[in-house]
Design a protein around this ligand. Sequence first.
Ligand SMILES: [Fe+2]
Length: 367
Amino acid sequence: MALGNKEAPTSEYNRIAMDTAQKFHAIRKAGVEKNRGAERPREKLFPAFDRAGLGIVLEYERMGNRPVSEALERAFETLGYSLEHLGLTIGTIVRGIDLRAIGTDEAELLRKLLLERKVIFFHDQHLEEDEQVTLARHFGELDAFPFGGSGQNPYVLEIRHGRHSPGIENGWHTDVTWMERPSLGSIAQCIQAPPFGGDTLFSDSHACYLGLTTELRDAIEHLEGIHDYRNFLTQRAPGSLPEDLLKQIQEEIPFGVSHPLVRTHPETGQRGLYIHGGFLRHESLTDRRSGETLDAKQSRNLVRELLQQHARPEYTCRFRWGVGSIAFWDNRAAQHYAVSDYFPHQRVLRRVTVSGDRPFLRPIEAE
Ligand SMILES: [Fe+2]
């Protein structure tokens, strides 16, 4: 039978479908007429069993229903820089800026933009190691990284993957949660990009928190978990670290630190989900009021459920690296995931981290 043949007979299924559609349409139209002008609560617009879309709406409303505040947008415009937003609530590319040449005023604007957008991006910067460190120093003290290959500058961590070491950062996480005072943010520059793939995804931890059901938010309100770097040491250098060095590291660098599952952003005051699937001991969740540790199975199930939250595409934006691209993310407001889809090609990033403070949760009554 030729397509578009007007003489073709209507099948029994299609006759029923068209008839049903007419009835549906009439009922829907009557409902729209009846409720015209009435604003439905946001919660009612989304199904109770799936709040991913709602989390984004609530976060966007908190942001003033704008991707970025008007004053900040105008300030960037005045300096001749343009902003390209990747997601509704997260991720913005800044164009027209030379990061080698920024002064205190530009750095302050970028800091404000980071707080509003959680991760900001730049292309074609091509900074030398020391220049990248100088850039990072605009935003605070820096943290050296004890467990990786550093560059010439001790504050630089080189993240290199290729034929002999495939990308392993493909789990949702926020950096260095094993630290008592995990880094505020990370500034990574792409030194070598694979011909395709190797993107990094970023997920909005504030929206993730808002998108949890009320029951789940209540369940994790007072919980904290222990983060440690033991797995990390053995993964990176299996069997190659002498016992006495391991012992020394554990004595000198705090081992097994406790952080809340929900943290208050120290600058914006917003709550966000705070979790790292690799460093958090999944069975370690404890109620900080009573000091009681959850049943191990219950703890693991809860961690698994929370880890899935950041993976919902609604909360994310995706960044494509080119050589000289830079991403600056706020570890207190976003999680990230480096897609490991470029083997056997090389991907090299150079990362510098800005010092942060100890995660805490401000009680609701104090907000
Ligand atoms: Fe990371």
